[in-house]
Design a protein around this ligand. Structure first.
Ligand SMILES: Cc1cc2nc3c(=O)[nH]c(=O)nc-3n(C[C@H](O)[C@H](O)[C@H](O)COP(=O)(O)OP(=O)(O)OC[C@H]3O[C@@H](n4cnc5c(N)ncnc54)[C@H](O)[C@@H]3O)c2cc1C
Length: 472
């Protein structure tokens, strides 16, 4: 196999593999170095896909548990869950997708070099384990080595009792009780999964509200719904100690009033964020500027060392920081591959990146929150509409949540759209396009939304923004 390429990508996650495909499409000879036995990185193997598969099982269970409401005749035996089948179905979906990436590599004539990639300077990457060799990147090396689940002081992950999402996705026994540290997307998604699967769930968040990056109104609605579902929510609370024993985990946490709360659970899931994977990559040795362990890049993904770029979870910018999202890493990969090929560089507008959280109820959001818009000096107005008013919501029984539009009074420009409720993760696509096209509220009002759909809430929120919702 030749060792000379135009582009060498280290890491085959949603950043790396998409960058490689785009690079090949625009005529660059491309190799991807991946040290895991499968392609696809965190998202396909340990992140987005397995969690969403588990959430779909939770949804199926919800329908089955409400069998009387739906007129189903399955009520003879207690409705339960076969976790082996749940895991088998999830694994089959993951396998299908990762082998799909392998096929795409073959189709685009991308070489998968199996092993650990290490930057050694001069446009070269050493494969230090696996298929040992030295690759030459004539144009650019792309570092897309992603992230790992990290803990906080006082909490040591043992991967048995004190676990991360990597272990949580593979549990074949539903824990009787679980404490989840952190209420970002990963934390609240697992809270929804395990609560529906039958666990006693407690979620502990250091900041004063759940999903702290979302609009305040979304956090309040999620907390209300979680409490209704029997999920215990402790916000403004700091875990100070966790000790794993034979019969569970002892946890101590400092509550907002300064007292120490003692908790015990079968498992503690640490979902406090993800750190960059740079060990063994050799970036620091080459003098690549780092920032708290992340690779620092400019807005065209160049590191401080010519010929080395980076994308995805492993990067950071000057303020504000960088979101760790699969679709964002892919968008960065596409923009970067096009730049390397000498095409026009199309910068990403980081105010227009949609974020989806697949907890129950789902959250979809894009653009500025009400507070962020105020901080930027806009004359901020909002319009909201509750899903529960809609016919479609009543038909499917998904009556929780709302759509909230944040807009600037001066130009009627939409600055952000935030929603919580069933199918929000799909509806956010329209919101993203609206922001991309610098849509006004008036234009959203004139956009016809099909009936009966959940998307009518987006149109109605626009009507509400101008003070005249039709159905409220
Ligand atoms: C539980 C969970 C759920 C998530 N759900 C979502 C979601 O629903 N939607 C969403 O947008 N995002 C989600 N994410 C985040 C998403 O998975 C990441 O943002 C995305 O995977 C980042 O892609 P990446 O290419 O930067 O890195 P990664 O996907 O982490 O890929 C990096 C790859 O590089 C390889 N690698 C590292 N170092 C080397 C080396 N030296 N040599 C060779 N190979 C190397 C690794 O093995 C890995 O395969 C979730 C994450 C988690 C943990």
């Amino acid at each position: 196999m030749a060792t000379d390429y135009d582009v060498v990508v280290i890491g085959s996650g949603t950043g790396g593999y998409v960058a490689a495909i785009r690079a090949a499409q625009v005529g660059l000879r491309t190799a991807v170095v991946e040290r895991a036995p499968v392609l696809g990185g965190t998202c396909l193997n340990w992140g987005c896909i397995p969690t969403k598969a588990l959430l779909e099982h939770a949804h199926a269970l919800k329908i089955a548990q409400d069998w009387k409401e739906w007129g189903l005749t399955i009520g003879q035996a207690a409705i339960g869950l076969d976790m082996n089948q749940v895991q088998a179905r999830k694994d089959k979906i993951v396998r299908g997708l990762t082998s799909g990436v392998e096929l795409l590599f073959k189709k685009n004539k991308i070489d998968w070099i199996k092993g650990n990639g290490r930057l050694v300077g001069g446009g070269k990457v050493d494969i230090t384990e696996g298929q040992k060799q030295t690759l030459v990147a004539k144009k650019e090396i792309i570092v897309a080595t992603g992230s790992y689940a990290r803990s906080v002081p006082g909490v040591e992950i043992d991967r048995k009792r004190i676990i991360t999402s990597d272990e949580a996705i593979g549990l074949v026994e539903v824990p009787k009780s679980i404490v989840i540290m952190g209420s970002g997307a990963v934390g609240v998604e697992f809270a929804s999964i395990f609560r529906r699967f039958g666990s006693e769930v407690t979620i502990i968040e250091l900041l004063p509200r759940l999903v702290p990056v979302e609009d305040d109104a979304i956090s309040a609605e999620l907390e209300r719904s979680f409490k209704k579902q029997g999920i215990k929510v402790l916000t403004g609370t700091k875990v100070t100690m966790a000790k794993a024993g034979a019969d569970g985990v002892d946890i101590e946490a400092q509550t907002p009033d300064g007292k120490t709360a003692k908790l015990k659970a079968d498992r503690l899931l640490v979902a406090t964020g993800r750190g960059p994977v740079t060990s063994g990559v050799g970036a620091e040795d080459l003098g690549v500027v780092m920032d708290r362990g992340y690779i620092h890049v400019d807005r065209e993904y160049r590191t401080s060392v010519p010929g080395i770029s980076a994308i995805g979870d492993v990067i950071t910018f000057d303020k504000p920081g960088h979101q760790q999202l699969a679709h964002l890493s892919s968008a960065e990969g596409i923009a970067l591959a096009e730049r390397i090929a000498g095409r026009e560089f199309r910068p990403i507008n980081y105010d227009q990146v949609p974020a989806c959280t697949y907890c129950d109820p789902e959250i979809g959001s894009v653009g500025l929150t009400e507070k962020e818009a105020q901080a930027r000096g806009y004359d901020v107005k909002i319009g909201t509409f509750k899903f529960g008013i809609l016919a479609r919501a009543r038909i499917s029984g998904d009556v929780e949540g709302f759509v909230k539009i944040v807009f600037d009074k001066k130009y009627d420009e939409i600055l952000g759209i935030h929603m919580i409720g069933a199918r929000s993760t799909e509806l956010v696509a329209e919101a993203t396009l609206a922001l991309r096209l610098e849509c006004t509220v008036e234009e959203l009002i004139r956009t016809i939304h099909a009936h009966p759909t959940m998307s009518e809430a987006v149109g109605e929120a626009a009507h509400a923004a101008h003070g005249a919702p039709i159905h409220a």
